[in-house]
Design a protein around this ligand. Structure first.
Ligand code: HEC
Length: 216
C-alpha cells in the first residue's frame, strides 16, 4: 500500500525521529481551545439554507459579526423556567463576574470600576445592545469590537455561550431569547446520524400516504 511521504498526524508507520515523543502528532500549542462538542452548530445564509459551522469560521469585523448574529445559542437549557433561572445563576453569572463585570458592571450598564479609567464601555441593557443575540455576543467576546479587546484566548467557546445567556438576563429578556432559540432549533440543520434516521422514517411515512393523495 502507498504511504504518503509527509508525516500524517493520525497515521504512524515508523517512529518519528524529529519529535520528542517519537509520535507524529504533537502537543497543541499553549492557548489552544478545545472544540469538542461544538461541531454541530449551523448557520443560515440569505437563501435560508443551513450549513455546518465551526466556531472560529466567522472572521473578525463587521461582516463576520453580521453572520455570527444569526447563530443561535447551541447550549441546551433545562425545560422549565425556574430551572433555567437556576442554571443561569449557577453556571453563567460567575463567568460574567469573572470576565466582564469589571468593565460592564454588575447590572451590565457599563459602569464597572474599569470604566472610570477606560472610557466608552458599552451599556449592554440599552439601545441596540438590548436586543443583541447570543451569536452577536459570542462574536464580540471572541474577536472584540471597537475599544473592546478579543477574549478568545481566555474564555472557552462554551463559556462564551454561557455568558451570552447571562447577558440576556441583564437585558431583561432571558426567557424571550431562550424561546427564540428553541424556534430556531426547528429549522433544518446540518445532518447528524439521528437526523438521517428520522429522515428515512419520514420518507416511509410519505410513501404510505401517497395512494391517498392520488386524484386530489
Ligand atoms: C476592558 C474592558 C472590557 C471588558 C473586560 C469587556 N468589555 Fe465588552 N466592551 C468594552 C468596551 C469599551 C465596549 C465598547 C466597544 C466600542 O464600541 O468601541 C464594549 C462593548 C461590548 C458589547 C457591544 C458590542 C457592540 O455590538 O457594539 C458587548 C455585547 C460586550 N462588550 C460584551 C462583553 C462581554 C460579554 C464581556 C465579558 C466576556 C466583555 N464585554 C468584557 C469593554 C470591555
Amino acid at each position: 500500500m502507498y504511504v504518503s511521504i509527509p508525516y500524517e498526524p493520525y497515521t504512524q508507520v515508523k517512529k518519528n525521529p524529529l519529535n520528542p515523543t517519537g509520535m507524529n502528532l504533537r502537543k497543541p500549542p499553549e492557548g489552544t481551545v478545545a472544540r469538542k462538542g461544538h461541531y454541530n452548530m449551523t448557520v443560515e445564509n440569505d437563501k435560508g439554507e443551513r450549513s455546518a459551522l465551526l466556531v472560529y469560521n466567522f472572521p473578525a469585523g463587521e461582516e463576520g459579526l453580521k453572520m455570527a448574529s444569526k447563530v443561535s445559542n447551541p447550549l441546551a437549557l433545562p425545560k422549565d423556567s425556574a430551572a433555567i433561572d437556576k442554571y443561569v445563576l449557577e453556571e453563567c453569572q460567575p463567568l460574567y463576574e469573572r470576565y466582564c463585570q469589571h468593565c460592564h458592571g454588575a447590572t451590565g450598564k457599563g459602569d464597572g470600576k474599569v470604566n472610570d479609567q477606560y472610557k466608552g464601555v458599552a451599556n449592554l441593557t440599552a439601545g441596540a445592545q438590548k436586543t443583541n443575540t447570543s451569536g452577536h455576543i459570542f462574536h464580540v467576546i471572541t474577536h472584540g469590537k471597537g475599544r473592546m479587546w478579543p477574549h478568545k484566548q481566555i474564555v472557552t467557546p462554551e463559556e462564551r455561550w454561557k455568558i451570552a445567556y447571562y447577558v440576556h438576563k441583564l437585558q431583561g429578556r432571558l426567557h424571550e431569547a431562550v424561546a427564540n432559540n428553541r424556534s430556531d432549533d426547528k429549522a433544518p440543520k446540518a445532518k447528524t446520524d439521528e437526523d438521517t434516521k428520522t429522515d428515512s422514517t419520514a420518507k416511509k411515512e410519505a410513501k404510505k400516504t401517497e395512494p391517498e393523495n392520488k386524484g386530489h
